[in-house]
Design a protein around this ligand. Sequence first.
Ligand SMILES: NC(=O)c1ccc[n+]([C@@H]2O[C@H](COP(=O)([O-])OP(=O)(O)OC[C@H]3O[C@@H](n4cnc5c(N)ncnc54)[C@H](OP(=O)(O)O)[C@@H]3O)[C@@H](O)[C@H]2O)c1
Length: 335
Amino acid sequence: MASKLSFASVQNFPVPIGKFLEFHRKIPLSLHPPLNSDSKYDSGKSFTSSRGMSLAINVVKQELLQSPSSESTRSSENTPSSSSKFVLVVGGSGGVGQLVVASLLNRKIKSRLLLRDPEKATTLFGEQDEEILQVCRGDTRNPEDLDPSIFKGVTHVICCTGTTAFPSKRWDGDNTPERVDWEGVRNLVSSLPSSVKRVVLVSSIGVTKSSELPWSIMNLFGVLKYKKMGEEFLRESGLPFTIIRPGRLTDGPYTSYDLNTLLKATAGQRRAVLIGQGDKLVGEASRIVVAEACIQALDIEFTEGNVYEINSVEGDGPGTDPEKWEELFRASQTQ
Ligand SMILES: NC(=O)c1ccc[n+]([C@@H]2O[C@H](COP(=O)([O-])OP(=O)(O)OC[C@H]3O[C@@H](n4cnc5c(N)ncnc54)[C@H](OP(=O)(O)O)[C@@H]3O)[C@@H](O)[C@H]2O)c1
């Protein structure tokens, strides 16, 4: 799947490839299987990436460099994690997910990935130290894949799973919006321990308006309906949650073959961020910005129990500055 990714708009974020290679060569990767996983992925086994990195991470690196005040740029590449967070990323091989993982890596925040194909992690993130990145095999559609061992020690969860809104190859094996955005999210949420401090779910703008044009077109196969069901299940779970609803995603890999991504993505440096509430925002959101919003929300207390829509527009943005993000989230709640 990774080889099918298209990086159409990445040319807007040129970063010397040498710098990027250097960043990725440093960290060995180990795979930590759930108890019921395939023995192919033995605990502690290290893999060497065949391709070494993805351009998606390249984009993150650039974004982080543009925010010198950020936690990530202050941290040294050789220092161990100073964060007490241990973040489970579900959907870490996807467009937003890759950016979330890359950004956590850059911040030295320990994470564990739940992937249908753990080898994708090696391809995408290179060799990583198991102290900083672990990988488990699992398909959220299968409750039996969601073994408690996957959640052991996890303090925060970011779920950015998804599939295409319209029938595509990515529906193969019944990986439809109903199975992924509803059943998968339900299974995941049901499996999470109550000790988790925050669950961030990436949903979509328009979920509350799925019967209105133009949302009804996007919802022809139920994607908005099922995302809303996933959202509601999380809200009612009693777990501390934040829901991030992006607009049409731009930047990074275009892994979706739906109507949205058939439209030509708008080029340009859309780093300015608009955050709203009440499902009123209409527009686009850079995957870079969405990934950063997920990570920032983990640390902003008042985002707990809230739902935010997010767009990005041209202009200077908050980068990775926690204070600016806090301001943006707060402003959306007072509008
Ligand atoms: N495209 C848009 O314009 C748009 C707009 C608003 C919201 N969104 C939502 O934003 C989120 C991120 O979008 P994106 O385009 O960055 O995502 P993406 O590239 O489509 O990635 C989806 C991720 O979900 C994983 N996944 C799919 N089915 C799974 C399953 N059954 N079990 C476990 N993992 C599974 C994929 O893993 P594999 O590598 O195994 O396939 C991949 O890591 C999604 O929820 C999407 O629906 C998208």
